[in-house]
Design a protein around this ligand. Sequence first.
Ligand SMILES: [Fe+2]
Length: 494
Amino acid sequence: MAIKVPVEESSKEKKKILVVDDYLPTRRLIVDALSQYPQYEVNEAENGEEALQLFNKNNYGLVISDIMMPGMSGMDLLNRIREKNLSTAVIMITGSPTIDLTVSAIKKGAVDFLTKPFDIDDLLFKVDIHLREKAFLPVSGTERLLEQVDLRDKTDELSKQGYIFDSIEDSPMDNDAIFEKIVSLALKLVDGEECSILLFDEQDNEFHPQIVKSELEEVVEKKMPGPALKKVFDEVVKKKEAVVVNSNEHQDMSPSLICAPLMIRNSILGILSIRKKKNREVFSKKDLHHILSLTKRASLNLENKILYESLYSNIMDTLKSLISSVQARDHYTEEHSRRVTDLSLKIARQMNCSLKDMQSLEIAGILHDVGKIAVPDNILLKPGKLTDEEYLIIKNHPTIGENILRPVILLEKERRIIQCHHERWDGKGYPLGIAGEEIPFLARILAVADSFDAMTNNRPYRSAMSIEKALAELVRNKNTQFDENVVSACTKII
Ligand SMILES: [Fe+2]
């Protein structure tokens, strides 16, 4: 998706940007991308010292700097820039982001991060955002408390939000892992002593702890909240807003506690509760702001994830029922699909395919003959040899399968595998007649598994071949019908 950077014709003065990176290709890439826009004036430096000299002579709105550079590091440069000028936004580029590095750079005043390899649209988007000095509009009652937060803090908040978003986005698709990441971030961002996430059960009005972590990142024993804490949580649920308790009246909450809701579609999924370290000052408005940004981002991410999962399982249910309707007519297809999937996965594992590929192959394997739903019984179940005309109808099934899956954007890759499972290495397959590496790799795996299974099982019109004979057939047809690498992986495992 291309991000459009608006050309601001009203502002006559160009916005000055300094790009600092010792690695010429990265620097060139950034400079060239930014130079396309007439509202930007871009300078470049190949090290920290050169950057500082330029910085002293110019009024930059934004500096984009690599962290790892010989001589003055990006972090040193950030420090020096902050000593001289507080209003210049600084975006750091890093190859290996860690939470510690990121939190430290944010505390030093970096507004955002780019992780190598980065997407140029993402860079342009971030540059655009940080060069605009838009005021933030408070959106909720809690945020009205925060009107005093100055612009610097708002920029600061935005960057943490960006980082939080990125780091949660990168996390594995597993609720526990997301919760763990959220509490770790919360502890680091606001100097907390203990942070927990509790899920709210509307039925029994209870809060069930999912994770509790201490400042030392240790997982602490989960316990149900006591009556005083429960009262605070109830208030959060009722108001659908964060509640801050600053008092010494209850030991569990001293010196300061923030309880913020995790919301999904306007209902409470759970609560993030964080306590400040003992003997420290109470949470500031800025701390509250950070926690709110974090819970909002986390809520959005969880919401997307839950929507995705339910959509996905709905789709899979629908497709499985389609498969069952093929199976109801033709028992062979059911067993065949399962065996082809198993063998495809074994071949894929042998060929060191990624987990993602294995998942795609599993779906495509189960669904590969779904297009047979459109083949009439008298052809699908015909015991004798098919006529040319009937064979043409059978040959339509990859295309029909592809069409059935077309509305499902989530399964684009799987759709293509299904479409291509009868293509041949020499280009004489169907329906597209594509050859060699034009055929998706996973479709080439599926083709071998599909043929092997068809040969080694009884069909109404012929009896099963022995495993040895079927393997010899695969080998005989490598480089004509099959990809030879897939054939040799298959012969190794059988
Ligand atoms: Fe097929």
